[in-house]
Write a protein that binds this ligand. Structure first.
Ligand code: KG4
Ligand code: ZN
Length: 349
């Protein structure tokens, strides 16, 4: 079955085409138009601008996805689309486009949850490395992005359980806020990582918050406040100048070490406690080199298989949407053409 996937939940307009195989999946194309540069001057995603840019890009991105797959609209057998969670105005652009395509071509439409799709992306074969699944359920997945931070147990489409989550900031949001405090450019994750390479990760002590009775939950707001106090002085406003002698690289390295080690430790603990053989990571923060290294080091020590997807499958993309949609369709699931977009996820809630 050939499925076209559509993803417009945040600031990437993405369309992909996949083909299901008896024992794997072939990603025929995976096109992403990023809006990051357009939002950078505002220090974050501006929802109205994002929705308008999706509307401008979606047709061209879809055309490119079909061209790269060497297919025409006639070859597509189903349409999968992210309907939740995300910025509703943005989701509605992709959904409206997918509904029109499905109605026009008389194809089944299947609705996909963005978070389950991120988890599912860990199963996709690496680009250029064949069509065999990289991983099969059951597994535990640490999902760390700009909007979400959670640990899931995955047993297959629709069989997803949230084991833990952040009680305040998402990990990527914390990276972005710490970068802003340090005067590093947006998006903060890559700039903190770059600065951290020249810093000492042990120079600033940042406590890992423990949430009573919730061993797989996270809290990053305390770490962020500690960085503010360390760099500007106690109770200082965030506009205050950096204190003399503050080395941005050292603070970046210390924050990265504290944030990544708490993520890695709790994800490994969850996988061991659940008794699954494998741990995967996904989401934009899964691009972080220190997080990747720590998850591998701590996980392998405990005998876990560690799956770190290709960068293209860590960040927002439509291959994960198309592949998960195909899996639902193969299970017999169908979505009403009148499905609505929602800001909230129903996954593991
Ligand atoms: O998954 P994603 O592309 O978008 C969503 O939030 O859905 O994640 C973006 C987040 C941003 O907060 C960005 O700062 C963070 O991922 N990020 C990183 C790195 N690359 C991107 N955080 C830490 N280290 C990185 N190398
Ligand atoms: Zn995402």
């Amino acid at each position: 079955m050939r499925v076209l996937g559509v993803e417009t939940s945040c600031d990437e307009t993405a369309v992909a085409v996949i083909e299901t195989l008896s024992d794997g999946v072939r990603v025929l194309s995976n096109v992403v138009a990023s809006q990051v540069a357009k939002h950078a001057p505002f220090g974050g995603v501006v929802p109205d601008i994002a929705a308008r840019l999706h509307a401008e890009a979606i047709g061209v991105v879809a055309q490119q996805a079909l061209a790269e797959a060497k297919l025409t609209v006639r070859d597509v057998e189903a349409v999968a689309v992210t309907t939740r969670p995300g910025l509703v105005n943005c989701l509605m652009v992709g959904l409206g486009w997918a509904q029109a395509f499905a109605v026009g071509r008389r194809l089944p439409l299947i609705s996909v949850d963005h978070l389950e799709a991120h988890v599912y992306s860990a199963m996709l074969p690496e680009p250029g490395k064949g069509t065999a699944w990289a991983l099969r359920p059951p597994f535990v997945c640490l999902l760390v992005s700009g909007g979400h931070t959670a640990i899931y147990r995955y047993d297959g489409p629709g069989e997803i359980k949230r084991l833990g989550r952040t009680v305040d900031d998402a990990a990527g949001e914390a990276f972005d806020k710490v970068a802003a405090l340090l005067g590093l450019p947006y998006p903060g994750g890559p700039s903190v990582q770059k600065a951290a390479r020249a810093g000492n990760p042990q120079s600033v002590e940042l406590k890992k918050a423990v949430i009573d009775g919730r061993p797989y939950d996270f809290s990053f707001s305390g770490m962020k406040t500690a960085v503010l106090y360390h760099t500007r002085g106690r109770n200082a406003p965030r506009e205050a100048p950096l204190l003399p002698g503050i080395k941005v690289e050292d603070v970046a390295a210390s924050f990265q070490e504290a944030a990544c080690s708490v993520l890695a430790e709790r994800a490994v603990k969850a996988a061991i406690d659940e008794g699954v053989p494998a741990l995967a990571i996904g989401g934009g923060v899964a691009a972080n080199e220190r997080l990747r290294a720590l998850v591998k080091e701590l996980g392998r020590k405990r005998g876990l298989e560690i799956v770190v997807p290709a960068f293209a499958y860590c960040t927002d993309n439509a291959a994960m949407v198309a592949a998960l949609g195909a899996a639902y369709l193969e299970k017999g699931a169908r979505t009403s053409i009148a499905v609505e977009a929602s800001a909230r996820s129903e996954v593991g809630a």
